[in-house]
Ligand binder design. Structure first.
Ligand code: TXA
Ligand code: MG
Length: 337
């Protein structure tokens, strides 16, 4: 299969382009499209064969369920058998937007979508291209991040093409995504809301709406003991193809000691650094000190590093604090052995 890339206006998507993509989706094909978080690899969520195609294209293990994207609360409610008050409050505050809710699944949601489990993850995206595509396809779209399984998510269309060329029928190129990190995932199917994945919506914001009793801690533990509340919590995930280390200082000394001719090292310090040295040994790509801007640029910077042929990446650990927690989550998974 050759992958067709169509440029699309991210603010006012052209109807004719959207329709071409919708045709592919309606007949069970795969279309990658931008959302406000990262690019998604979309298929008709109610067509089990089409969703199997997503797993095959990504090399995704069958035990990792995918998120279903719809345009409004009414469509979300059709996918679930329960709509608790907590869901109503979250939807009112954050949809459309970068929040995914896990709820009991309705019978007609194919089991491949939920990896055989009793719950379904649902999100109403804000990106105009995603919204137009869902509307034109006329059905919910299953869409994990548009990257090979375990690799860094795509925040530009060219990342999708690089990772999935020949495995996806069409890519809608709407430019870079706004948030740069995957949505916050909250499980509302149990007695206490549980945050399964930190993201653009912070824990503090979630507590404003869901109350102080958010469940977050035991997750890591249970993910490590093998019972997976959400496979995105697997320790190693979002990884570049080369090893990544985190440093507490700016990393300059370490980088200098690791780098050698023919052994290029990627260096991602924070903020401005003294102009660097030796481009044959070191690829220096500083990241911003402001968390939203850091999040927006992190994955593109990791992709750029990978493609420049480095053998290892050294990342200066960013500051701590609530605004950085999703970033720390992704970095520590990327660094996991
Ligand atoms: O921002 C995003 O969420 C992007 C865009 C494309 O919407 N999608 C995304 O999908 O990041 P993916 O498949 O890469 O991550 C979905 C996460 C995974 O950690 C998956 O295990 C979890 O959501 N998940 C999906 N369905 C679930 C379910 N029923 N119960 C628990 N976790 C679920
Ligand atoms: Mg993913």
């Amino acid at each position: 299969m050759s992958t067709v890339v169509l440029t699309i206006d991210p603010r006012e998507p052209q109807a004719a382009v959207i329709e071409q993509a919708a045709v592919v989706l309606r007949r069970g094909g795969l279309v990658a499209f931008p959302t406000e978080t990262v690019y998604g690899l979309g298929a008709d969520a109610l067509n089990a064969d089409a969703v199997h195609g997503i797993f095959a294209a990504k090399g995704r293990p069958a035990n990792n369920p995918v998120i279903v994207h719809v345009n409004d609360v009414a469509a979300a409610r059709e996918l679930t058998t329960a709509w608790p008050e907590t869901a109503a409050r979250c939807a009112a505050r954050w949809w459309p937007g970068p929040l995914t809710l896990v709820l009991p699944k309705a019978a007609h949601v194919p089991s491949v979508v939920t990896a055989g489990g009793p719950t379904v993850a649902i999100r109403v995206p804000a990106h105009p291209v995603a919204r137009a595509l869902i509307a034109a396809a006329g059905r919910p779209l299953a869409a994990p991040s548009a990257n090979p399984s375990l690799r860094v998510s795509a925040t530009w269309a060219e990342h999708v093409v690089h990772g999935l060329n020949g495995r996806v029928e069409m890519v809608l190129d709407g430019g870079p995504t706004r948030d740069g990190l995957e949505s916050t995932v909250v499980d509302l199917s149990g007695p206490t809301p549980r945050v399964l994945r930190p993201g653009p919506i912070s824990l503090d914001e979630l507590r404003e709406v869901l109350g102080p009793n958010l469940d977050t801690l035991e997750l890591q533990a249970s993910a490590e003991s093998g019972a997976l509340p959400s496979p995105g919590l697997l320790k190693k995930h979002y990884s570049p193809t080369v090893p990544l280390r985190l440093t507490d200082d700016d990393g300059a000394k370490l980088v200098d000691s690791l780098a050698a001719p023919g052994r290029k090292i990627g260096w991602l310090p924070l903020g401005d650094v003294a102009p660097l040295h030796d481009a044959t040994r070191i690829v220096c790509l500083p990241l911003p000190r402001e968390p939203a801007e850091y999040a927006r640029r992190l994955y593109a910077t990791l992709h750029a590093c990978e493609r420049s042929g480095v053998v290892e990446i050294v990342v200066q650990r960013p500051p701590t604090g609530p605004a950085w927690s999703a970033i720390h989550d992704r970095l520590s998974r990327a660094a996991a052995e």
